[in-house]
Design a protein around this ligand. Structure first.
Ligand code: AHR
Length: 309
């Protein structure tokens, strides 16, 4: 097993410490979902930049949205005897066996961003991520006040079976359940992509006679909302005016849409999160102390009036 390669000589260690470099070399295998939307590539870049800063040898594998690619990547990392494996899982299910293989090989597994649904929680050390359910609740609470609790909503869901799609929906509905006149009347997956969001909104526009009686669009991410906005504009509708637009991520294009009044609110999902993830992993590799099963990263609401803040 290729564990942390501690430097043996005290003098070398001291010199490295004085130079501000880490005193050991660590290899981490990172299985990333893919590059859908604007948020994911920003997250990948941050992970690569932060790895360089930390002196980590990062083996990056892009799964192109396919769980089977992630399973292959994780098995390749096990064969390469990396020090730790980090996974941003496409979907929550199907992980028990491969995580068990990593455990048997003595390689600790960490989750970034998305969650897994495994019977044995000891198969991974911890998940470092934002609270998707909270993001859904924040979006729902914003809409409840903006619509005074009276709203027919169309929903663009993220990738079916993914943690953010499951949790954001649950969180949002936990709020709307308190308002008898707030309900999701149409819901479809746009797979977290701009194209997907556009197609879903085109279908909603058709099936509701140009969004007649629809008060809001809740999209599980900004890219789907940006696509939905295009579809609405092509149909002669004004997003942000005719229909309230609330979504999650707060990517640069959404900041512009909020500033232009084409959208109303976005819950920020931070993408520069390597600075939260790597220190947790490195500390664990150093001392092997148990960690809570979830290390949370905060999320913030941005409204049209605060766009750019
Ligand atoms: O897992 C987080 C979600 O995945 C982001 O909200 C979305 O943009 C991405 O595809």
């Amino acid at each position: 097993m290729h564990l942390i390669k501690w430097l043996s000589g005290a003098a070398v260690g001291t010199a490295l410490l004085l130079a501000g470099s880490p005193s050991w070399a660590v290899t981490i295998g990172f299985s990333q979902v893919g590059d859908e939307g604007d948020w994911r590539p920003a997250f990948s870049k941050d992970m690569q930049d932060e790895a360089k800063k930390e002196g980590i040898d990062l083996k990056f594998a892009d799964a192109q949205g396919k769980e089977e690619e992630q399973l292959k990547a994780v098995r390749a990392f096990i064969a390469q005897k990396v020090d730790a494996i980090l996974i941003a899982p496409v979907v929550t299910t199907g992980w028990d066996q491969v995580l068990d293989e990593a455990k048997k090989a003595g390689i600790p597994v960490f989750l970034a961003d998305r969650d897994v649904d495994v019977k044995d929680k000891s198969l991974y050390v911890t998940r470092i991520s934002a609270d998707f359910n909270l993001e859904g609740r924040v979006a729902g609470a914003w809409l409840a006040q903006a619509s005074v609790g009276q709203c027919n909503i169309v929903e663009e869901q993220g990738t079916v079976g993914s943690a953010p799609a499951i949790e954001r929906k649950k969180g949002f509905e936990a709020i709307t359940a308190n308002f008898p006149d707030m309900k999701i009347v149409k819901s479809q997956s746009g797979d977290f992509t701009t194209d997907g969001g556009k197609k879903v909104m085109e279908a909603f526009i058709k099936s509701t006679d140009n969004l007649k009686g629809i008060c809001a669009s809740f999209a599980h991410n900004d890219n789907m909302q940006l696509g939905a906005m295009q579809a609405m504009k092509e149909a002669g509708l004004k997003p942000g005016h005719d229909v309230l637009m609330v979504s999650v991520d707060y990517v640069p294009a959404m900041k512009e849409a909020l500033a232009a009044g084409d959208a109303n609110a976005s819950v920020e999902l931070r993408s520069a999160i390597g600075k939260y993830i790597y220190p947790v992993m490195l500390q664990y590799l150093k001392d092997k102390k148990d960690l809570p099963k979830w290390v949370k990263i905060p999320s913030e609401l941005h409204r049209a009036a605060t766009a750019g803040n």
